[in-house]
Design a protein around this ligand. Structure first.
Ligand SMILES: Nc1ncnc2c1ncn2[C@@H]1O[C@H](COP(=O)(O)OP(=O)(O)OP(=O)(O)O)[C@@H](O)[C@H]1O
Ligand SMILES: [Mg+2]
Length: 252
C-alpha cells in the first residue's frame, strides 16, 4: 500500500512548493512511482512538477453529467467514471498527476470529491507514495477528502497568524477524528531569527515543528519564470530543507 502524504495550510504559505519538492526528492531516492494529487480547485501543481496538465476530474464529471460523454453500452456510470479517471492521469517521469479541478456547476465538486475518495484507495495500490496538495484553508478537512493519511504536513509561512492558522487546522483534524497518523508543522519562507521569534506561537499549537524552509531566492525566480520547481539545483536551500524534513520522518 502506498504511503499517503498530504499537505495543508493557509493560502499562499508554500503548500504547492513543498509538495512539488517532496515529490522530486521521493523520486530521486527511488520511492517511486509517485502519484501526485492536485486537490486544489485552482490547479497549479502540474506547473511546479513540469507535467503537462490534462482533464480534471471536475471537467470529466461535468461532461458525463451533461451527456457530452455518453456511457458506453454495458458500462455503469461508476465504471465509466473510474475508466475516465485512470485515463485522465497526466504522466511524467516516475510521477503521475491527478487533478481535481474546480466546481463546474452545481454538485459537480462534491461528486468529484466522492469519486476521488472512492478511487484513490484502489489507484494508490499502483504507487509507492501518494502526495496530495490541498486547497488553502480547511474545507478539504471537513469534506473528509484528507484522511487515511500517514503524514500530514501543515504548512505555515513565518508569521504569527500563519502559525495560529496551522494550529486551527490541527484542532480540526483532531475534532473531526480524521484518520491521520502523523501531523507536523513546517514553517516556510523563513528568514534568520524568525523561528526564534515565533517559538511561543509554535509551542501553543502543540504541533511538532519538523523543519523550516528558508526564504529561497531561486524559488521566487523559478515561480516568476514559470520554471518547474523540480528542476531546482540539488543544493538550493529549499530543496535541502525539504530533503532534511523527509529524512526526519523516515520517508527517505
Ligand atoms: N521557500 C520559499 N522561498 C521563497 N518563496 C517561496 C518559498 N515557498 C513558497 N514561496 C513562494 O510563495 C508563493 C506561494 O507559494 P505556493 O504556491 O507554494 O503556496 P500555496 O500554499 O500552494 O498557495 P495556494 O494557497 O495559493 O495554493 C509562491 O510565489 C512561491 O514561489
Ligand atoms: Mg497551492
Amino acid at each position: 500500500m502506498a504511503v499517503q502524504i498530504a499537505v495543508a495550510g493557509k493560502g499562499g504559505t508554500g503548500k504547492t512548493t513543498f509538495a512539488a519538492l517532496a515529490v522530486a526528492q521521493l523520486v530521486k531516492a527511488g520511492k517511486k512511482p509517485v502519484l501526485a494529487v492536485d486537490a486544489d480547485a485552482n490547479a497549479n501543481l502540474h506547473e511546479a512538477l513540469g507535467i503537462e496538465s490534462t482533464d480534471t476530474i471536475a471537467e470529466i464529471m461535468a461532461r458525463i453529467k451533461n451527456n457530452l460523454e455518453p456511457l458506453p453500452a454495458g458500462m455503469t456510470k461508476d465504471q465509466y467514471v473510474e475508466y475516465r479517471v485512470h485515463r485522465s492521469l497526466a504522466e511524467g517521469d516516475d510521477v503521475d498527476l491527478l487533478s481535481m479541478g474546480g466546481p463546474e456547476g452545481e454538485g459537480c465538486y462534491c461528486y468529484a470529491n466522492n469519486v476521488l475518495r472512492s478511487f484513490l484507495d484502489s489507484l494508490a495500490k499502483n504507487y509507492a507514495v501518494v502526495v496530495a496538495d490541498n486547497e488553502a484553508g480547511m474545507e478539504h478537512l471537513s469534506r473528509r477528502t484528507t484522511q487515511n493519511v500517514d503524514h500530514l504536513f501543515i504548512i505555515s509561512d513565518a508569521s504569527a497568524r500563519g502559525i495560529r492558522s496551522a494550529g486551527r487546522i490541527k484542532e480540526l483534524v483532531l475534532s473531526l477524528g480524521l484518520k491521520v497518523k502523523e501531523m507536523y508543522l513546517v514553517v516556510t519562507k523563513v528568514a534568520e531569527g524568525s523561528i526564534e521569534a515565533l517559538q511561543g506561537e509554535i509551542d501553543r499549537t502543540g504541533l511538532k515543528l519538523i523543519g523550516a524552509i528558508p526564504l529561497d531566492e531561486q524559488v521566487i525566480e523559478y515561480d516568476l519564470r514559470s520554471k518547474p520547481l523540480v528542476d531546482l539545483p540539488g543544493d538550493s536551500p529549499a530543496v535541502l530543507a525539504v530533503k532534511e524534513i523527509l529524512q526526519k520522518v523516515h520517508l527517505l
